[in-house]
Ligand binder design. Sequence first.
Ligand code: ADE
Length: 265
Amino acid sequence: MKRLFKISLMPLIIFFIFIVSSCDRNDKKEYIGIISAMDNEIEILVNETEVERIDEIGGIDYIIGKLANKNVVIAKAGIGKIRSSSGITSMINNYNISKVLFTGVAGGILDSEKILDVVVATKLVEHDYGRIENSGFIWTKGDPGISKSEGDYYECDSKLVNLAYEVAQEVVGENHTFKGVIATGDQFVANEEYVKKLEEDFDAYACEMEGASIAVVCTNYDIPFVVIRTLSDKADGNAHESYEEFSDEAAINSSLIIIKMLSSL
Ligand code: ADE
């Protein structure tokens, strides 16, 4: 009798487990993902966040909470394309991410740009992807076989770009806000000749070390994204000194833009 009772209850128990687990999946809270390379690039964002919990996944802390009344996941993924790809992929696979905002600093490329000016990426390109021949390095576009992007450039979401550009103008002023191509590579650029090449070859407005990886991953997962960078240096012979002096201040500009954007998202 007892056995019969257990057997007849079994389908009910299985059904209950199925309902509970599918409710959990369906009710998964939506989050805005905010990601950076360095601690100083998320410091004020984390300070302003009502933190619910911190999940450590693959060596990266994902800070979960509410910022400007929005559910956010904030992470510092580390410097360069490998760390940022890994960080953004884990974020997307572990949380229900509706959009991604990258915040940080960059080296400026155009003569008209000044340190602490803001560049909002419209699209991103990997400037260091290619072949090394006897004649030297030859740039080639990214592997189209593994990417949903059709060209050499990965496009940011136009609505997020427009919002970021508008908000950046309010935060740093119209004359200090740019939008255009950002070139990503695994090198800190401190070389005037190379900067000119980035301008000529890619129409780049800024260079940094993570944006294109965020772009590749978000494009492949169909998640809208934008990259917001404030200039800490001009990627020239003085770039290291300039970075030391201005990177904290530059990181704050990008963070303030993120906080202001959140209230319109
Ligand atoms: N991030 C900030 N400045 C940079 C530079 N000059 N090159 C690459 N990444 C940077």
